[in-house]
Ligand binder design. Structure first.
Ligand SMILES: [Zn+2]
Length: 319
């Protein structure tokens, strides 16, 4: 199996439910160095998906380039629409879903982000939407960019200003540009997060259930997230569940494990679950145990998002 480790390298504030777009603190970025003992020992080659608010700081640019080089990783782009210029007022509740923004505005925001990453000396080809808020409009913007691989689909997740991905596939695919949740003929590879429905098709069932309006939408979102799915995602998931998710994925024919977490989760106080260094230390220990198990027991091969793209190109068009 392939292992893709992605990290959203972004400003603090995700967990405060406030979406300021000025003077956003980015003090957590140096905490990425705490991953070095684990990543260097195991040979983890991460994809660092960098937000505009991080990329615009020169000292962070240098650190990220150093880490990426040391780990044999990759720098990609991560779009927080709520604080990436241009900022336009909206009558919709914040965070405004990308599908409710104009295509022109989304194009301009993506351009701002890509140019900031370009100043690091990188032309990013991998991408993730903030809050996994990818719909057909944003996907059409990506199709006209240099992005080759997207990782914005979070199966079994749905919430306002974020994903509506209950029935999403759990393995990489080339989407239908008009419906990025379905396979099609896009040139962009989609690498969904590895979050499994407890039984195949459960997400489709919940999607139908939500259309009946028999249950509150918030109940369906909660049920899908907390009861009906099992994530191979190290944040908020214990080691035994992580291993069960991977085994289940393999049993169903899964070939790729795509994991993610946020840079802010590595800073004491950067998220509610990690109020101090002890909690961050526990998280790092869990990461080490999980990744070591993946290498030793499952025999994974670690690759970056663009390498996954190359792998799928060869896989679909063997030479
Ligand atoms: Zn983010």
């Amino acid at each position: 199996m392939k292992l893709v480790v992605t990290i959203d390298v972004e400003e603090e504030g995700l967990f405060s439910a406030r979406y300021n777009h000025r003077d956003v603190p980015v003090n957590n970025v140096p905490s990425l160095t705490s991953l070095d003992p684990v990543f260097s020992e195991l040979g983890i080659r991460p994809t660092l998906l960098v937000s505009y608010q991080v990329a615009r700081h020169q000292q962070h640019q240098e650190l990220l380039m150093q880490l990426s080089e040391k780990w044999g990783g990759e720098i990609g782009a991560h779009l927080h629409t709520w604080n990436t210029p241009p900022i336009e007022p909206s009558s919709h509740a914040s965070p405004v879903p990308s599908e409710l923004m104009s295509r022109k505005l989304l194009e301009a925001k993506l351009r701002t982000l890509i140019e900031a990453v370009n100043r690091m000396g990188v032309d990013p080809v991998s991408f993730r939407m903030g809050r996994f808020n990818l719909g057909p409009k944003m996907f059409s913007v990506l199709e006209e960019s240099n992005i080759q691989v997207d990782s914005s689909i979070a199966p079994m997740r749905r919430y306002y200003g974020g994903p509506a991905h209950l029935s999403a596939l759990t393995e990489p695919y080339f989407p239908d540009p008009l419906d990025p949740l379905s396979p099609g003929k896009s040139r962009i590879l989609e690498a969904p997060l590895t979050i499994l429905p407890l039984t195949p098709g459960f997400g489709v069932f919940l999607d139908h259930l939500s259309n009946t309006h028999l249950f509150p939408q918030s109940w369906i979102s909660w049920f899908a997230r907390d009861l009906a799915s099992i994530p191979a995602q190290p944040m908020l998931t214990g080691i035994r569940r992580l291993k069960t998710a991977v085994r289940l994925h393999r049993m169903r024919g899964g070939r790729v494990i795509t994991t993610f977490f946020h840079s802010s989760e590595l800073m004491p106080g950067g998220c509610p679950q990690h109020p101090d260094a002890v909690h961050v230390g526990r998280f790092l220990s869990k990461l080490k145990e999980f990744f070591a198990w993946l290498f030793n027991e499952i025999g994974v091969e670690c690759m970056t998002l663009s390498e996954l793209y190359d792998f799928y190109q060869e896989d679909c068009h063997p030479v």
